[in-house]
Design a protein around this ligand. Structure first.
Ligand code: FAD
Length: 374
């Protein structure tokens, strides 16, 4: 009898979870192609100036560490307790993984996956008659081609698709036209983007850790540039905008929440805090001509004229990749931040990977992370 061909795995996205998933596939003896439309760890690079909450030991898998230790001495790696910035983590771990012997030949950098589909089975009644997935991919020179895979791991994250500013999660009036002039996510207010914000009036929307980090940076900027003025708008009723977890094991996270909450309650540092504010309108007056942001605070109409708007409102999965596929398409797995909630951490991704491969291999006991020292 002919030996069955190993399943071909396509990993979409070379973020932390995509690379770990690819490594897991290689450790299972499966051929892998990793497609990354930008650079390794592209989304992390966009907020690479910020310090992670989690220590290095939380973010790296046993398989990843082993792959790197095969090629370099342990002293070249960060220590388990080290808190790195996003960029440092990417350079010290993700880039090295992508360049490791285990993954180098699997990497397709600059390749974007545009669509994933699967031809119908020839024998509809036969659940084993599965055709390979067809992937429409576009290379760095813009040329498109079709690739095939038996298993697809969608690890494309969410950072590139921010949530909307308007009440109810829909765009506010004018927001769609204003989008190219708005900023989303974690801006490098004290670094690369300092000139953009120094001495400006800024509306900041959001009540998560990204908003917390941004308000701390804006307050620090205002110390040196007193004309800087920030209006922090949050939906919730909390006088303390950021939740503080009792005995938060992530001290960096707790420190940030405490600092941001204290800024909100004191309202100094050229800052106004407006909780219970819902946004109805975000109108851009033209390139670098400022914005009108209007809505309701506690039900009462409010409006601001400002020079900058930052949406730190989280991000959402883009469902367009596998649009034609069934929700439970066998062999198609959504992993990483795209399958996690707003509090998703990289190490949650390792758990997703373990479970996905147990399903792919049809053996719930498979766990290549079980033996750290192996
Ligand atoms: C400000 C901030 C701070 C954070 N701090 C922490 C922390 O301290 N600890 C922690 O554990 N987590 C933290 N997180 C969460 C962490 O970023 C995520 O857990 C992690 O990046 C998720 O990895 P991922 O591989 O699922 O997705 P991503 O890192 O988002 O990677 C997705 C990759 O897919 C690529 N891609 C997207 N679409 C396509 C396509 N169509 N074709 C090909 N490639 C594509 C992207 O370019 C990107 O490289 C933080 C997040 C933010 C925003």
């Amino acid at each position: 009898m002919a030996k069955a061909e190993p399943l071909r795995v396509a990993v979409l996205g070379a973020g932390p979870v995509g690379l770990e998933a690819a490594l897991y596939a290689r450790a299972c003896g499966l051929p892998v192609a990793v497609y990354e439309r930008g650079q390794v760890g592209d989304h992390l690079l966009r907020w690479g100036h910020a310090r992670l909450f989690t220590p290095f030991g939380w973010n790296a898998s046993p398989l990843g560490l082993r792959a790197l230790l095969r090629e370099r001495p342990a002293r070249d790696l960060p220590a388990e307790a080290d808190i790195l910035t996003g960029r440092q983590f990417r350079d010290a771990y993700l880039v090295r993984l992508a360049e490791s012997e285990a993954l180098l030949e699997s990497m397709h950098l600059g390749w974007e996956v545009l669509h994933v589909g699967r031809p119908a089975a020839a024998k509809k009644a036969d659940p084993d008659d599965r055709r390979p997935f067809r992937l429409l991919v576009r290379g760095p020179n813009g040329a498109e081609r079709i690739d095939q895979a038996d298993v697809v791991l969608d690890c494309t994250g969410t950072y590139a698709t921010p949530n909307r500013l308007g009440d109810g999660g829909i765009p506010a009036v004018g927001e769609r036209a204003a989008r190219p002039h708005l900023s989303f996510g974690l801006e490098d207010v004290l670094g690369d983007r300092k000139d953009h914000y120094a001495g400006r009036s800024v509306v900041l929307v959001g009540d998560g850790y990204t908003a917390g980090a941004t308000i701390c940076a804006l307050a620090a900027l205002a110390e040196d540039h007193p004309a800087t003025w920030a209006f922090w708008l949050t939906r919730g009723p909390r006088g303390q905008p950021l939740p503080r977890l009792p005995n938060d094991p992530l001290k960096e996270r707790d420190r940030l929440a405490a600092k941001a909450n204290s800024l909100a309650t004191r309202c100094d540092g050229n800052l106004e805090f407006h909780p219970q504010t819902l946004i109805d309108e975000v109108v851009c007056h033209g390139p670098d001509k400022g914005f009108r942001v209007a809505g309701r605070t506690n039900g009462k109409p409010v409006a601001w004229e400002v020079e900058r708007v930052i949406g730190a409102v989280g991000s959402r999965p883009d469902p367009s990749l596998g649009l034609g596929l069934r929700a439970d398409e066998p062999g198609y797995f959504v992993l990483g931040a795209k399958a996690g909630g707003p509090a998703f951490l990289m190490r949650d991704g390792l758990d997703q990977i373990r479970k996905a491969f147990a399903a792919i291999l049809g053996n719930p006991r498979v766990d290549l992370y079980a033996n750290k020292a192996a």
